[in-house]
Design a protein. Sequence first.
Length: 300
Amino acid sequence: MARSGFNPHWPAALLVPWLAVVSPAHAGGVVVCDNCANPKQAAVGSGAGTTLVVDLLQVKISGYEVEYDRELKRYRALPTQIPAPVNEAFLRVMALAESHGAAGAAVTPQAGGNGAVIPVHPDDPGGANGISFPEDFKGLTAYDVIQSATTRSQLETRIGSAFSGATTGSTVWNSLSTTLSSVGLSFVSRLFGVSSVTYAVTWRDGSQTLLKLEPDSVHQAQYVKGKSRDAQGNPIPDAAATGPEAPDIFGGDYHFQDRHAIENWLQAAKLYGVHVDNVGIDSLQLRCTWNGQTLACSGR
């Protein structure tokens, strides 16, 4: 059972819409029962199978195996242990309503106050950034993510699984945890305006990738276009390079530390249709301008 009560000093007006939710609401094996007097009874009403009863206001979850008793001709709910990743994911989501994240992760409001940005490094100790970073993705760079659709998709899925607690090894529990995370993030969004979570991943080489999760897509993070940076802070061309925000994102001067760094950038530019005049690029400096239709870059 997870337990960590909400701050009693939060404005009562925010809680009023949820205080009324005292009868169970179902969501794919997850039963929402706020201020729940009898979680077991709420679970019985869900029908046979593994069920999570969640009290969002009191930040508590209870697990049950619901089965039909043929002799008594009624359903009964037997308490069952909730896997650690499910508990951890639930607390991580609910902690977004506070000024800090679970396990001490720093959470920064996004522009407009509608999201939270959590800095992540692959080598952070387990849980220090709120998730356990997928081991086989720790050696990636921002360029790997940009240049391979397969790698990008796999990373999005694995980060989504880590965030939502769908790492239990059980299809049933993974599904329940994903639903629970979606319900929890929807709750936090509605009451506190934290409508998304963005992991700002700084890779081992110093480059950066942003991955965003929202209530209806907690199972798979979404790569944030136009936000990737190399180790020197240069924006890396991606699909945003041909969009309406291209001049604001990619226009300007670029400085690279060595030939390898500029070659990586040029490869990404070519992949996403950015025109580059090779004259003068030996200086390891570029200037990119917008001609009204396309982005064009040349050496300085």
